[in-house]
Design a protein around this ligand. Structure first.
Ligand SMILES: [Zn+2]
Length: 117
């Protein structure tokens, strides 16, 4: 079995039964051990963090370092085409306990990518 320890430096301070190890007067809260053989977390962030709380605690604590891994100094853009089409649709109008189907013209907005190659 291969495993990682949860990378949240505070994982071992969170009080849950699943972290209790040891016996008698020698009990501790221990960092969660993550089985990296499990299929559902293969090649995902969950090979390194035991849950959402630990992942976001880590991200919050090391936000500057994380941002510095790949600085973003200007926005990126994806070329698109925006198409608006009109089509007949229906809405329901309720009055006196009865509903009536009322037609109206709706506008559908479709965004599609433009290939620049
Ligand atoms: Zn954890």
């Amino acid at each position: 079995m291969s495993y990682n320890w949860c990378h949240n430096p505070d994982c071992h301070t969170i009080e849950t039964q699943s972290r209790v190890r040891g016996s008698g007067d020698n009990k501790v809260l221990r960092t969660i051990k993550i089985n990296t053989d499990r299929q559902w977390s293969k090649d995902t962030i969950w090979d390194y963090f035991c849950n959402n709380n630990c992942l976001f605690s880590f991200l919050n604590k090391f936000r500057q370092e994380v941002a510095n891994i790949r600085p973003v100094n200007k926005p990126s853009e994806t070329p698109i085409k925006v198409e608006k089409t009109k089509e007949e649709s229906y809405r329901y109008r309720y009055s006196n306990g009865e509903s009536r189907r009322v037609p109206y013209i709706s506008t559908r907005t479709t965004i599609s990518r433009v290939d620049n190659d």
